[in-house]
Write a protein that binds this ligand. Structure first.
Ligand SMILES: [Zn+2]
Length: 317
């Protein structure tokens, strides 16, 4: 309890009365009183912990969320179910980015809409998390394949880039960020080893992922499986008859038991391929977004586990 002496003056019947009042109050009541009197200015500024972060798409949102934990907030721009290559930002996206302390992106040309968004969102730092990754070049055009996250080791590299940037931006959070990252990297290493073991159970002849967008090249390189798409990258998707028949030929050459579709791509192209090749679509996989709530693929780790289970089941017939 604290003592507070109040002196107040009032007029009663034409006479000025001066009174002193002794208040006993708990610290909480005191602080409320001081704020009400305008005496509590000193707190507010500089007490916010952590950072308000926006990421370009949901997979990055989950990865960043694992590292910041409760220290700050994470949002993402491209909604689950939409693909990030050709997304069109809406007005609330500009607001989201301009309200952030930092905007984390994948880079490697994934976010084609980035320039438009950043130009309209003010002076927000944009940080590319793929810095230092060994990129696979696109074969049909200039530039690199952006789907680096489908190799778990690349995500570990991104987490390390992320921690460096977070510590620089919010030094008080260093211990939290480093501890969270260490625990997350441990989980990612386990995931990486599990994927290698699972994929190695598929017969050599059937080791090919045939799918709409050839997004699994980093995955294929890391986990020992060939890949083939109708088209190379979603931003240049066409699904022309020659692209369709090109993939049908590859499926028949290998005598593959199954093909796959993505959650973020129009599935009609792959249905045509499957019908023409006389194979089944074994299931949906996640490439450019995590799954909706209840899908079982709500996080990066869960979506990778889901994908591997679908590949192994589909190709082990
Ligand atoms: Zn993609």
């Amino acid at each position: 309890m604290k003592e507070l002496v109040l002196t107040y003056v009032y007029v009663e019947g034409g006479i000025v009365v001066k009174k002193r009042l002794l208040l006993l109050a708990s610290a909480m009541v005191m602080s409320l009183f001081l704020v009400a009197c305008g005496g509590g200015d000193e707190e507010q500024a500089g007490t916010k912990e952590g950072l308000d972060i926006t990421t370009s798409f949901s997979i990055l949102g989950d990865i960043v969320g694992n590292v910041i934990g409760d220290r700050g907030t994470v949002e993402y721009i491209v909604p689950i179910g939409e693909e990030p290559h050709e997304y069109e930002p809406i007005p609330s996206d500009f607001q989201k980015v301009s309200d952030s302390d930092v905007f984390y992106i994948n880079g490697l040309g994934l976010e084609e809409w980035l320039e438009k968004l950043v130009q309209n969102a003010g002076d927000i730092p944009v940080v590319t998390l793929s810095e230092g990754v060994t990129a696979i070049p696109l074969t049909n055009e200039d530039g690199d394949d952006p789907h680096i996250w489908l190799d778990v080791q690349n995500v570990i590299l991104m987490v390390n880039n992320l921690v460096d940037d977070l510590v620089e931006r919010d030094p008080d959070g260093e211990d939290t960020y480093r501890a969270n990252a260490e625990a997350y990297i441990q989980e990612l290493e386990e995931l990486d080893a599990w994927i290698k073991a699972e994929m190695s159970t598929i017969a050599e002849d059937f080791r090919m992922i045939a799918i709409s967008e050839d997004a699994f090249r980093y995955f294929g390189q890391a986990y020992g499986i060939d890949t083939a798409g109708i088209w190379e990258i979603n931003s240049h998707e066409e699904g022309t008859p020659s692209q369709i028949s090109g993939l049908v030929d590859k499926i028949q050459e290998r005598n593959l038991p199954a093909v796959f579709v993505e959650t973020t791509v129009d599935q009609r192209y792959m249905e045509t391929v499957a019908n023409n090749a006389g194979v089944e679509i074994a299931g949906e996989v996640y490439t450019d977004a995590v799954g909706q709530d209840g899908s079982g693929a709500e996080t990066y780790i869960k979506m990778m586990e889901h994908n591997v289970n679908v590949f192994v089941n589909g190709l082990s017939q």
